[in-house]
Design a protein around this ligand. Sequence first.
Ligand code: ADP
Ligand code: MG
Length: 841
Amino acid sequence: MDQRQPPRRNSDLLKGGQISIELEQWFTRLQQSLGLEVGADYLNIQGKRSQFNNFLAASCSQPPAGLTTDQQEKLRNYAEGFHNYNSLSVDQRKRIVIDLRRSLHQWRTELQPTSSPSAPRLRLEKIDIDTSESISKLSTFNLNTPLGQIDGISSKLATQFAKINLWLVKDLLHHYPRDYVDYSQLVPISSLQPGSTATIVATVKRCHAFVSPKNPNLSILDLQLQDPSGKLKISKFMAGRRFTSTAWLHQQMRSYPVGARIAASGLVKESRFGISLQDPLLEILETPNTKLQSRQIGRLLPVYPLGEGLVAERLRESVIKILPVVNQLLDPLPDVWRLKLKLISLREALYQIHQPESADFLQASRRRLVFDEFLLLQLALGLRRLQIKLKNAPVLPASAVGNRLLNFQKLLPFQFTPAQARVLQEIRADMAKPQPMARLLQGDVGSGKTVVAIAALLCAIDAGHQGALMAPTEVLAQQHYEKLCSWMPHLNVTVDLLTGSTPAPRRRALLQDLANGQLQFLVGTHALIEDPVNFVSLGLVVVDEQHRFGVAQRNRLLNKGLQPHLLTMTATPIPRTLALSVHGDLDVSQIDALPPGRLPIITQVLSNQERWIAEELIRTEVAAGHQAYVVLPLVDESEKIELRSAVEEHQRLAHEVFPDLSLGLLHGRLNSSDKQAAIEAFSRGVTQVLISTTVVEVGVDVPNATVMVIEHAERFGLAQMHQLRGRVGRGTSPSHCLLINNSSSAIAKQRLDVLARSSDGFEIAEVDLRLRGPGQVLGTQQSGLPDLALASLSDDGSILEEARDVAQAILAADPELIEHRQLAEDLALQKQKLANAARLN
Ligand code: ADP
Ligand code: MG
């Protein structure tokens, strides 16, 4: 037990460590004046009634009741110090002020009712974190010092660090622990829980060191310990000849004399001999107040990602060596924000993430560092947005002369839903402004984004400009083109298709028409943003299924010197945190309701043995005149994993299961005309069952299809399967989606059940984000998300929102970050890092 706090009486415990108002006020006054003195660079400021040092000396010599005798004694020492304050050097003043501040903070926290009443504390060693704004230059190294030049880091160790990309002091500083072993729980012996990690403070009752009778190379130290709650025997095993000498054994026994107080940390284990600590870490406490020498006992012990040959202990020691460098950091976050958001300083945060004093500190530290990661991300996006908005775009007045838009709506067999109409309005309002639109259109699969996009493109054409619609695959581009061909001639609009497989002569003619304005509407793959493509007057670009494109491609459009309005569309609903992180530079419109009359898609998870249910269903639906998809993850039979590939499955179904039906095959390895033929045959109803890879994921629109079977469903992302499911349920008949699960894992089943239960794309994407990470949700091609070392998009949503607000406020007041130099520098560094990473890829 820590004697600074004598065991509380029961009545004290009931009150839960209450703190008197008088004491509360005393703390506040002292902490305030200490804070002012720090702000005044330790000048011994003159207060209203007395000088700082006199006020402190008086307050410390007569504290109100409620403090322990130990604390009172400490305060008397401080009183002495402040009495002589005028004769101290600035450094000495600083030390006593900071020291008292820390003690006050700690005592006050301990007295707060929220802190666990009976938890005593060990005194842990900590480096001095400078709380002043100035940079300490005392150190012999700085952030950019190579690790090999640090005292105590050998060149061999530095080489091992380099292998995991740690070269400079700052690299190691930002090499965060991946976990912590919790030795911070100071537990009475009687409350030790097997399986947990804990620290005890107890008295040595017996000590015996001896060579194992069974192994002459093993020595054993047995300690019998006792605290007021009970007794505990612990053993420490030491392997090696040198530990077996009589001298050494005697020295061990002298080190742990009977009656000494000892702190021990370890994993609590239970054996037939009772409870004990496994492989305990031990340290004798000279007096209850001695600071622990050990960097492990009583702490949240950091566990770092290691590389080959790197010993955890060496890494931990090295981090401790470089930690004082935090005093050289300037806090990029202005104090106003820091205080408002109750964030700890960057110096403190970086210290505490490596050497947390407590779980609370660790949490506060994480929160601060996560905030900073998000803030940089949001600032970068905010700046990009400002850049976009600085360019000039063609103004496309909402009251455009032509009326192609109206005529288009007349051609459609349906009316726009209110959600579609609203979104179109948002888009038109944007396009009527002289700054380029940068808008993301989100809408669940089947919500009718395409017609809205076409309507917007027609507005641009009505206003005398050209429009471009970019699709991620040739299949989809072709399909859009065909649809457009059935509408555009009626609207007096010229349309053409450009993909990688457009023959050269056709391509040449097309480019010419584009450049002289004869061609108004161009559909295509990313070929249409490639170099020789020049529009005479591009008004609007729509990027369909943008999650299939990288951010880099999106940027290419903007960097081309074109300043068209830009509408990107995605059918993968992106959870808000992810959308803010990747598309924070875009405005977002959302079609949040499906067209009327859609029937829910009945979704079912089947085991491998239940495949016959799917086959029966296909048969029934086809007999009723409908069509079905069977989707598989891979093209060829993989040798290692037994996957039912599309080609194999096509064979099996064609010969063994549905020899009487007409089957089609579609996969990515087909050349584009074969692909096209397969899709055409299916959409004309010539093939009844289409066996396919995920090529059909985007856009294929065959309303007569009512069954979607997904093989090896456990291998797909949920969002992706939600997309696939969206291929059915497009007509008026009830549709089915059957997920065949070949995995016996409970988690796989649980994931798939989400899909069976929910038809809400956002909910599904949230689960995917949680279970499979952002890469899965965004699709493999999506990049542009900087490395977040600590931040989690699924857990830290509220911090992200805060950071976004702060970023917006900062940029609104200081768009060039002139008043925020440190932030600007950090941003530049991050940008450089991203650029370097891109070059390596
Ligand atoms: P997505 O948002 O997945 O791209 P699409 O634009 O492909 O959706 O539309 C899905 C289907 O819904 C298409 O067949 C389309 O013609 C139809 N559709 C779109 N809007 C409406 C509407 N307002 N009412 C009825 N059907 C609509
Ligand atoms: Mg679509």
